[in-house]
Every structure is written in C-alpha cells, then in structure tokens.
Write a protein that binds this ligand. Sequence first.
Ligand code: MG
Length: 381
Amino acid sequence: MAAVPRTGALRPRVTRHWPAAVRPERIDLYRVVLPLARPLASARGVEAERRSILVRVADSAGLAGWGECPALTRPTYTGEWHRGAWQVLTEELAPDALADRPSPVRGHPMATGALATARLDLDLRGAGRSLAAAIDARRTTVDTTAVLGLASSIDQVVDRVAALVGAGQRSVKLKIERGWDLEPLRAVRSTWPDLGLAADANGSYTLDDLNRLRALADVGLLYLEQPLPPDDLLGHARLAGRIAVPVALDESATSPGAVAAALALGPIGAVNIKPARLGGVDPSVEVHDLVVAAGVAAFVGGMLELGIGRAAALAVAALPGCTLPTDLGPSDRYVADDVTAPFVLGPGAVLSVPDGPGIGVDPRPDRLAEITVDHVVLTRS
Ligand code: MG
C-alpha cells in the first residue's frame, strides 16, 4: 500500500488570512451564455453552448477580484450544474461572504471555488502578487494536450488529429466509450507512432470490461482516464493493478480526502487536478502535494472555462508536480470570442502562465455586457 501523507499537512493554505485580509463590500454575479466553437461530446452527453457564472468581489476601496464557476448546463459531469450553482451563489455563498461568516454549504465546489478564487484574486491584486507566485508555481509555460470529443467516424478523428499535429500539437486525448475505443485509438497511433496519446472514458466502463481495457495497453497510452464510475475508488485501484496502462482519476478526484484514499488503495497512475471541481486553488494545491508525495503524476484538466477560470487553472498547471500536459487549450478551441483577451498557443502548443497580479486577466467590459443574461449585485448591509 502506498504511503500517503495526511491531507492538509503539507503546506499552509494560500487563503489562510481570510477573512481578515479581504473584507468584501460588494459581490457582482454574472450569468453568461455564449456558443461553444464546437460542441463537445463525451460518454456523458453533449455540451453545445457555454453557460458560466463570473464572480466579482470588490473591497471598500473598489479593488476587485474575479472567479468563474464553470458548472455545466446539466448535472451530467458531476452533480453540480449551472442553475443550481447560480442559486447557491446568490442565496447562500455570497450573502455568507458579505456577512463575514463561514458558509455552512456542503458540496457545490465549483460555486464555492469561484467565490474563493475571486477573494484570493482580490487579495493578491492588493499585494501586487501573481497567483502562480503565491502557490510557488514557477514554470512560465505549460505543455498542452488537445481533447477530442466522441466522433462519428475514424476518418473524422484522423482528420482532426492531422490538423492539430500540423498546427504543432504534440499530444492529444480522445474521449472513448464502449464501442468507440480501440479502433480510433489504433488509427491515431498507427498514423502518429510518437504522438502523446491518452484516452478519457468519463466513467463509462465496468470491471466486466477488463479484457477490453487490457487491450488498450497495446496502443501505447500515456494514461487511461476515469474508466469506471466516479464513486468506484476500489474498482479503480483493482483495475490499476491489472492493466498495463496507467489509470488516471478525474471525476473520482473530488477532494483531497478522496484522492488520499484512492492513492492508499492501489497503484493509481495519475490524477487530473481540476481546480473548479475541487473547489478552487487551495484544495487543488493540496491534491497536487498529496500526489507528488505519493510519487504519482498529475495534470490539470479543464471544465470548458472561459478566460477567467482558465487563468486560475493555468497557475495550478504550472505547479512542479503537473508533469503531464494540461487539457487546458487556447480560447478559440472553445469559444469564438472569449470574455477576456484570448489565450493563444505558443510554438510547441504551449500556453503561457499569466504573471500579472492575481489571476492576471480581466473580463473585457464590452464582451461581458454582450454575453450577460443575469446580473445580481449584493452589498454588505
Ligand atoms: Mg476527464
């Protein structure tokens, strides 16, 4: 059994000074809607438009910080979803923050993380310090992988990968499910023997599929992500001991405690650290440190975030233990016109880590106004 340190024992929380350091006077909540550049199909359904929630926290001097809650339109990826997150933010989390009281809300990590990141951003902007520096993430660029949704034909997959490779992408990840796995992966591997290749099943298999999953070892995968349902930590541990492909956890990695349990149960090969799903920067850093201490690889995944959420996630992706390429991509892979200045790929398909104060980016006011469908202002009473 792997030696796993206690959660919370590794380093101080970035947000340890709250609420003394940041006293929010006003919280603006923006519900925004914009079309996705390309619908994303996974084993759990299709996302065709990007709904998100942006959180702006301002202090009495008018300095403001931003966070994003990228919960999906429907509760198909985790139990959290856009409408529910909006209600929790407007009725629970924001009023609690303005009353300087710890919120008794359980769950809702994306909503909680959005508010926490906005407060952290405000705090760091006041101190003139970047988020990456605050968490000791020193890389200035991160390698990326491009995630391909379920496709309708092998030719479609090969054409798409050819375009990505032609544009400099060195790693891709295919969404797979039972019946759409070995063939597309083999087609990509036979065409590009040296390409970094991974597969994400979004929990669509069971241990009854063991032989099918074993066959994936021949493809030469960096990892097989989330083969089994989210709550099956024991199943993942057993599977990881029986197949020659590293098993990565995504939906199962819900908290530092869950990750510590998974690492203790069996030879997990990698962990997908999604700052939104984990509840913000602090739990993400905690998971990173746990994974590093256990000698396991990590990477940062995305939730189709707009520029606000992407900026914060990029700082986490620059942590030293995130040795696998991040799923985070350039803005135009998701939306034609992001709310922030667009993130673009550099040579070698890398993304730059923002180095300005806080998360290092701001919404463009005109674009924010265009995509906002609800705006709620709450102030300290
Ligand atoms: Mg995944």
